[in-house]
Ligand binder design. Structure first.
Ligand code: FES
Length: 571
């Protein structure tokens, strides 16, 4: 819109009839049917990508937020037009929500591109929705603002504070260990998720909200506002106005998502002890802008970015506490010497200007100072070695350092089904110092890279008091989970990676200090196993599953589809 010759609002992207004037006339007459005045129909348009769905509990508040965004756009002199896209409710999807993330991103991209709008406000929240929206919006390239649904509030049960979903896992582990009975676990079930909004801890949804704010894609101070807080509605209203201002200034998402802002987002991911999933999503978002995230660079940043935020699953606090403690702004202010401060934000100011303008309140019990961190290094670390030539991820902030330097015997499960049928077998040959290995749960497996990397402790060990073991897989892990868990092993077993060649009794060496994960089996033996190894990659006959199996990339490339990246590698 900075260019006076560019069509604006409903005059953009006319339907092809071979007669542009007729197309405009027809569009306006159809729009009149919706009851808009001609005056309003001439305004710049802010599209609002709505992800309300009754299959998505985390998005219960979306209609209220969309109404507020509309109010903000109208007050600023624009025409707000809401449109639906796919919504991904984490626990309602089979095989896994990640399988559908790229489909949602395509839907978002094409509806932004195909419909006449000058800017877009993305209203999402649950784990995969924010990444999908940002991926799609980066590819579409318009001015864009992210609004999240916000975290759930915690609730009380028998004097204890509970929030989804670290506490879900804690109580399930107690149940498996025989420490609580059926009635108690059922009672807990009714008290884990009691309001609208996303999981209450620093899980994937909260991590992605924090990253979106660090990227500059969300208004300052809005990542951690609880879903039910009136400030969240005000944030949505302000986001509508901000989107219109971006359109008027000609500031697109590509001016905001840059190599420098992506690095800022990685710093924040490391400092908040964020979800391992987020590195996959950030890689995919950046890849849409032609920005490569190298896991070796992640390690360099991790070495120099301390953990500052004490939220579950690693600490005692919840997202509502982070909001009250100063929010992501407080974290950004601590990290200021490490950040690129000249990055633009959707607020129309740079990150540095934003931080200079903030009042600066911080609760030190939740957000630590840079020189007195919770941990001296970042929450995530990438491991490389003969077991993971293209890398694997460990959330060291949520792991037990006593298990970081050791060699162990592999106890192998070759699929999710194999895992669930044998993990609790009393005759399973397993000891606390063994390494549990799960194969065929990566992007190309039939299970579609589920959050099954949090392998349960075998029941007989759990009942003997074992709380953590080294667990290795090509799967993902929920951001709400914890343990010494090595994830995203690339290439995955289904694409012929070395993980698929591990056999029971093999020795594996882990060294977090050296960033290594190695399978101690000689190459000649591995070659023999490789020759006799049947392919486990799935080849669906039709539909989206076929597209997915042909195009999905490995975890180190964000599990995006090659043809959706800014620089596709295939012909
Ligand atoms: Fe939606 Fe956890 S289920 S954020």
């Amino acid at each position: 819109m900075s260019d006076a010759d560019q069509p604006v609002g409903l005059s953009r992207g006319l339907t092809n009839y071979g007669d542009p004037d007729f197309a405009r006339y027809l569009r306006l007459s159809m729009a009149r049917a919706m009851g808009y005045s001609t005056d309003l129909l001439r305004k710049p348009v802010v599209g609002i990508a709505s992800t309300y769905s009754e299959f998505n509990n985390c998005h219960r508040g979306v209609p209220e937020l969309v109404t507020a965004v509309k109010r903000g756009v109208l007050a600023a002199g624009g025409l707000p037009l809401e449109f639906p896209t796919i919504s991904l409710g984490e626990v309602f999807l089979n095989p896994t929500s990640l399988f559908f993330r790229n489909l949602m991103s395509m839907d978002t991209e094409e509806m932004i591109r195909g419909q006449p709008m000058d800017a877009v406000v993305l209203v999402g929240g649950c784990d995969k929705t924010v990444p999908a929206q940002l991926m799609g919006a980066v590819s579409a390239g318009l001015p864009a603002v992210q609004v999240v649904t916000g975290p759930m509030m915690t609730s009380r049960w028998r004097g204890e504070r509970l929030g989804a979903c670290t506490d879900c896992r804690r109580f399930w582990a107690k149940y498996r260990a025989g420490e609580i009975d059926d009635g108690t676990v059922e009672e807990v079930e009714g008290n884990l998720a009691t309001t609208a909004g996303t999981c209450a801890v620093m899980g994937t949804a909260s991590t992605m909200a924090s990253i979106a704010e660090a990227l500059g894609m969300m208004l300052p101070g809005t990542a951690a506002i609880p879903a039910v807080h009136a400030d969240r509605i005000r944030a949505a209203e302000a986001s509508g106005a901000a989107a219109l201002a971006l359109a008027r200034a000609g500031t697109t998402i590509r001016d905001i998502v840059t190599p420098e802002s992506v690095e800022n987002a990685m710093r924040v991911l490391l400092a908040i002890g964020g979800s391992t999933n987020a590195i996959i999503h950030l890689t995919a978002i950046a890849g849409r802008a032609g920005i490569e995230i190298d896991l070796k660079r992640l390690n360099e940043l991790s070495d120099t970015t301390p953990v500052l935020v004490d939220l579950k699953p690693t600490g005692p606090f919840y997202m509502e506490d982070l909001h009250a403690a100063g929010g992501i702004g407080a974290v950004l202010r601590e990290l200021k010497p490490l950040l690129h401060l000249d990055c633009k934000t959707v607020a129309g100011q740079t990150l540095g200007e934003r931080l200079d303008a903030e009042p600066g309140y911080v609760d030190r019990s939740v957000v630590r100072p840079l020189n007195e961190p919770l941990q001296p290094q970042g929450g995530l670390v990438a491991l490389f070695g003969s077991l993971a030539p293209r890398g694997a991820i460990l959330k060291r902030a949520a792991a037990d350092p006593k298990l970081f330097e050791q060699e162990g015997r592999a106890v192998v499960f070759n699929s999710l089904e194999d895992l669930s049928s044998r993990i609790d077998d009393p005759d399973l040959d397993v000891r606390p110092e063994d390494f549990l290995v799960l194969q065929n749960s990566g992007p190309l497996s039939p299970s579609g890279m589920p959050e099954s990397g949090y392998l349960p402790i075998p029941q007989k060990l759990a009942r003997a008091g074992v709380k953590d073991m080294v667990r290795i897989s090509d799967a993902r892990m929920s951001g709400t989970a914890y343990g010494t868990i090595i994830l995203h092993v690339s290439p995955d077993a289904a694409s012929g990676g070395p993980l698929g060649l591990v056999r029971n009794g093999d020795r594996i060496r882990l060294s977090v200090r050296d960033r290594r994960i190695d399978l101690l089996v000689d190459e000649a033996e591995l070659e023999k196993r490789r020759a006799g190894q049947p392919s486990t990659a799935v080849k669906p006959a039709r539909g989206y599953a076929r597209l997915y199996s042909r195009e999905v990339l490995q975890a180190d490339q964000g599990c995006d589809f090659d043809f959706l990246r800014a620089n596709p590698q295939k012909e």
